[in-house]
Write a protein of this length. Sequence first.
Length: 256
Amino acid sequence: MLTETFLRDAPLYKPEKQKKPDQIIEFAKTRPKLHCETCSDEQTFILQSVNRLSTERRPGVEYRPSAADFVHHGEPYALRFTCAACGRFTFHVTVLFLPTPDRVQKIGQFPAPSVRLPDALNKALGSTADRQLFIWGRISENQGYGIGAYAYYRRLVESVIDELLKHLGDLIPEAERDRYARVLEDLKSERVTERKIQAVKDIIPNDLRPNGTNPLGLLHTHLSADMHTATDDECLEAAAHVRTALVYLLEEVRGR
């Protein structure tokens, strides 16, 4: 079954792990929550139609498979979802199931992916320049341009890291605050972002480690990696990790 996250967020032409439905009717099991431009809000969308696209069909002839038809590898399927609230706004996505088991590509989407910043993130980003860096990074990521996405997110981290670490000091347990303050003082002349994160990442309190994951540690890992010879797909994966950790820190630390 295709997941909501895949339908909403997956970049074009990047193979993703998704279980292929056996029959057409199984596409309807997914009811994604998407932004409805008519309702101006997030709404549940329901499947309205499935078209199988094939070069073997005669030009001008549309093939709408029945609900019981099997889903085949190597043929694109165009899915149309409609907002359950207004019944007017539609979301279209075309997917291609690859010969490799449980691998699928999103090969088309309308409306095109856009970047809508949640209020908390919009506030935490602060400056227009930082918001623009995030938006450019997200657009690059949505289009599958990993090298570009990674570069934009890295620029954003470099822009916000000093202010972020300053605000983080307010959330450090009292027993560790003097130590944290001394570390920040020593970092005033440091210009390398990875070294700044390295110096403080182990002091971050447990309540800022969701599911035991240290977001500063995650940032350090992916910013310290040698990405100069990395492929676009490798950069795309690293960019997603950087974005996830950075958004969490911005909303939880700088947004308070």
